[in-house]
Design a protein around this ligand. Structure first.
Ligand code: M6R
Length: 613
């Protein structure tokens, strides 16, 4: 959460900082601010709420007169203190000569604050960040060197941070450091950049240096000096950034979310082109370091993830257990880290994360690595912290996803899990018939996804009809139970409507008490093992006057009349059906939220990368 940027060079810093922040708004939008180095002082501009408020404020102050060439900026997702002006970053020392922006949480800020207050230091905000500004300033007063002051300070801090710090005496200089929070240095010509994430700087440079935990960088227009924790000079390599500025455009769609939903056939095509060409040849996965001997040693699999990625993990359990017979557990990372989990060198732990930055998942993965488990990371960001922690890597390659609500990355995660399960079964020489069947189904997916998307106008009509309801229940069984969870999450997070995903068979054990004609029940049905069972649960809901909406590849004639509405998807085997069903639910959620006038791409209280535990 929170996004930070920095610029020092020959161009106007404020434009570059504001542009960079606009590409980090997915990380938070509670407030924003910039600090700009002037002749003999640092000027700070902040505003609560969205970045547009800061831009308006700067316009009022006549931005043309702001000509600074060095500055830092911040976009906030509030952790400590309300989303107010006073809590907005940058935060400064009492004299105003030193200022900084921070992403992360300083866990021991209270004790540091108490200590500083007892010495007479006054605080303006309720943030954890301000203690770092005050502490660095105190250390700077002694050392007169910003790198040393930052280094001394971070040694006292506990938690996670990425900092960009400026002092008025150190012209054209930004000092940056990080621990368990992302920060990269964009390398330019007579100019350098800092950012929490690539989109903020990709327009300006394709070259970057990633900082390791506890390294400190002194960044100037013509130089980047990086020191290791022990003070020795580091030689981080320059890497080439993986994506095009084009990916950051809505390409004519009203929202990024809609664009990303419609990109899904191509996302699947790309993955297939890369890894699965036909039903007959074995899949090879270059970055998966599990050969037959190692796979034979694996006797349990644990999948850990959060939110939408967790739902992909639930689908993964069905696929992996069915194809390989290896017992597979799935757990939210935030639960996994607070119990004595059983993992050893015979355990394969799969961490799934779109961003590769989710703090809970990072902590969980660090824990299991210490236990000797083999770690496979499934992520959309192959340069992320999680990817760097992996023993094996599956880059889902969905392209940059801007909308806070995950859509195409979910489908790409499902594809990755199908392919990885197939890889395991093929490597272990088991279940060839099932493997071939699933491969066949996967190869038909892009065309079937196009058909589902062509139903968008009908789904939009449904959305209009149902947008007035305050509560929804989504039901399904088997491999589509996670689809019900994910569909409900999509609706909740962007429309703020209360939606719950339930295993259809559980309805009668409690939730059925809530059913009447004010509660639509959306049922996911696929011809196959559980079709009749889900249909019985639909009958039960119908008998309680619930409005039934079906998402199905088949509804038999004698049952059609119990559905108020239904959307038919193309024929597909049960095992692969989550990849089609979810698209209907994404479109339904999108259209309801859009019809209600919600902020679809930036829903309230959320952020795309959740970098706090
Ligand atoms: O980047 P990650 O996949 O680790 O993120 C996990 C969740 O925060 C994320 O899926 C979240 O639930 C999204 N808002 C879902 O749309």
């Amino acid at each position: 959460m929170c996004g930070i940027v920095g610029y020092t060079g020959i161009n106007n810093a404020v434009d570059i900082l504001l542009d960079g922040l606009s590409h980090l708004e997915y990380r938070g939008y509670d407030s924003s601010g910039v600090a700009l180095m002037a002749e003999d002082k640092i000027n700070i501009y902040k505003a609560p709420g969205k970045l547009s408020n800061l831009i308006d404020k700067l316009k009022e102050q006549d931005k043309k007169n702001i000509t600074s060439k060095t500055g830092i900026g911040h976009i906030r997702w509030a952790t400590h203190g309300l989303p107010t002006l006073v809590n907005a970053h940058p935060h400064s020392c009492t004299c105003g000569g030193l200022t900084l922006v921070h992403n992360g949480i300083i866990e021991n800020y209270k004790e540091i604050k108490d200590e500083l207050e007892s010495k007479g230091v006054k605080f303006d905000s309720q943030t954890d960040t301000e203690v770092a500004a005050k502490l660095i300033a105190q250390n700077y007063a002694m050392t007169k060197d910003l790198v040393s002051a930052v280094s001394q300070t971070t040694k006292k801090l506990k938690g996670a941070w990425a900092f960009c710090v400026m002092h008025k005496n150190e012209k054209e200089t930004i000092v940056a450091t990080r621990k368990n929070a992302p920060l990269l240095i964009g390398v330019g010509d007579k100019e350098n950049f800092l950012a929490s994430d690539i989109p903020a700087i990709i327009k300006y440079t394709k070259k970057a240096i990633y900082l390791n935990d506890n390294q400190i960088a002194r960044v100037k227009p013509n130089s980047i000096e990086i020191l290791n924790e022990d003070g020795t000079l580091a030689q981080n390599k320059i890497e080439y950034l993986p994506f095009e500025p084009m990916a950051l455009s809505k390409m004519g769609y009203k929202h990024f979310m809609l664009k990303e939903i419609f990109e899904q056939p191509d996302v699947v095509r790309n993955i297939l082109q890369d890894k699965l060409h036909d039903e007959f040849n074995k899949i090879s996965l270059d970055d998966v370091k599990l050969d037959k001997n190692r796979l034979k040693e694996i006797n349990r699999i644990q999948i850990i993830a959060c939110g939408t990625s967790l739902h992909a993990g639930f689908v993964g359990k069905y696929i992996i257990e069915d194809l390989t017979g290896i017992p597979t557990d799935v757990e939210p990372s935030s639960e996994y880290i607070y119990r004595n989990t059983i993992a050893d060198e015979n355990t394969l732990v799969i961490g799934i994360s779109q961003s590769g930055e989710t703090a809970d998942t990072i902590t969980a993965i660090k824990q299991v690595k210490q236990k000797g488990a083999h770690v496979l990371i499934v992520t959309n960001r192959k340069e992320s912290l999680l990817a760097r922690l992996s023993d094996s890597l599956f880059h889902v390659n969905a392209g940059i996803e801007v909308s806070v609500a995950a859509t195409k990355s979910y489908l790409a995660q499902l594809m990755s899990i199908y392919l990885f399960a197939i890889y395991m079964a093929e490597t272990l020489d088991i279940n060839p018939k099932k493997v071939q069947e699933i491969k066949h189904e996967l190869l038909t997916l892009p065309a079937k996804l196009e058909i589902v998307l062509s139903n968008a106008p009908k789904i939009r009509e449904l959305a209009k009809k149902y947008s007035g309801y305050k509560n929804f229940i989504f039901i399904a069984r088997g491999i589509n139970y996670p689809t019900a969870l994910e569909g409900a999450l999509k609706l909740k997070e962007i429309s703020y409507i209360n939606a719950t995903g339930y295993p259809a068979g559980e309805l009668k054990h409690g939730p059925i008490a809530m059913l009447d004609d004010t509660m639509p029940v959306l049922a996911i049905l696929n011809e196959g093992m559980v079709y009749d069972k889900v249909m019985s649960n639909c009958e039960e809901a119908y008998a309680r006057q619930a409005k039934l909406i079906g998402v199905a590849n088949f509804i038999d004639d004698k049952h059609k009349n119990i559905f108020e509405d239904y959307i038919l998807i193309p024929q597909i085997k049960d095992m692969v059906s989550p990849a089609l069903n979810i698209v209907v639910l994404q479109l339904l959620a999108y259209n309801i939220a859009e019809y209600l006038g919600k902020d679809v791409d930036q829903p309230r209280n959320l952020a795309k990368s959740v970098t706090v535990e």
